[in-house]
Design a protein around this ligand. Sequence first.
Ligand code: GAP
Length: 454
Amino acid sequence: MTQFKFDEITAHLKQSGFIFQGSEIYGGLANTWDFGPLGINLKNNIKNLWWKEFIQKDPNNVGMQSAILMNPLVWKASGHLDTFSDPLMDCRNCKTRHRADKLIEEFDPSINAGAMDTKALQEYISEHKISCPNCGSHNFTDIRYFNLMFKTFQGVTEDSSNTIYLRPETAQGMFVNFKNIQRAYRKKIPFGIGQIGKAFRNEITPGNMIFRTREFEQMELQFFCKPGTDLEWYEIYKEKCMNFMLNLGIKQENLRFRDHDPDELSHYSVATVDIEYKFPWGWDEIWGIADRTDFDLTAHQTHSKVSMEILDPETNEKYIPYVIEPSVGVERLMLAVMCEAYDVEQLENDSRTVMHFKANVASTKATILPLSKKLGDQAFSIYTDLLEEFECDYDESGSIGKRYRRADAVGTPYCITVDFDTESDQSVTVRHRDTMQQERVKIEDIHSFIKSYL
Ligand code: GAP
């Protein structure tokens, strides 16, 4: 398989209208991205598939949407106020700011600097004379910790009593609603609550386009189970998440599980695994599956004084459920799907850029092409009819070959050509993106034809 450079892929994504620099006409705002029509379709398709698989089709699970702004006590209880921070150092020479752990990992990728304490980080950097990536000098300040939560103020007065935070994960919205949902929906353990929503982190080293940003969306499930059954559910969700990624068209050879070492685990977890994807810059995390134990519910019970206990109907014992959490960033997953799909193929006398999206995620399922503008009315009516059910496009400008190439470049699986025989035989020519083969299909069968591939 050809490995493409990440710059080449991002240039294509921008040029073809999947993703634009945020606030571009004002020179942009660093690390913000806007999704064009193709980008948002792809994103919505991924979110809808997740919702269907993890919520709608799963009899154990229900969905919800919690507020982005939450009572600050939530973040005290969850540990985010005290521990959700990065170790930062300033370069005294060029005044740039750096994450100490990242400097070490870039210097030696075999080191897990996330597990090092402040003293160890500082000693490693001075012993190995790690230099500033910006100016090359070795003149850093001491490490200070910087909380990643975005702060703002509720109401008109900007004083600390009005400080609130943009949520850094959607998870806490589900923990604080655990009892509401369990009671209102008469849910019995085991059951899960899932949501899709925005999260915000003031990342000091964002990068790789939409891979690490300060504003992103998460798809998270909190699966509540009886202590002692947690590792079984952990394995089930590991498998389910991996299968979900394969079903998006990502090849097995580009995916792997990476277990967290004991010293790398978050404060709340006894077991965590990442599903990593082989991005053009190397293996990197997409999806984390964690056994969060009863850490969060216990913490909220302690801080809110509201009981989070469940009564076991068989033993009559009360207990706080354990939680298995599969958590994935929508944009990260989307980026992996786009990197996987991108290809430049050499043809006999030509080459073509093609995105080999699986039909279930493709931004547009079909493009309708009238062979001549004279056939526009009939073609447009097929197009509007298909729009009832599928994301489609209509393209009448340029030669048919050019139009095929445009559709290939954005990953549209089917081109539907209306020609001069269409009226008499009530059929169209369907061209398949990957094989470039063509077949004649009756107009009345087009819906079911496309559906059969989704
Ligand atoms: N509730 C658990 C949690 O938030 P996490 O590992 O910090 O765990 C989960 O984040 C997922 O969210 C990551 O695996 C990644 O896909 C996504 N994610 C985290 N930070 C991100 C960022 N700055 N930009 C884009 N996606 C991010």
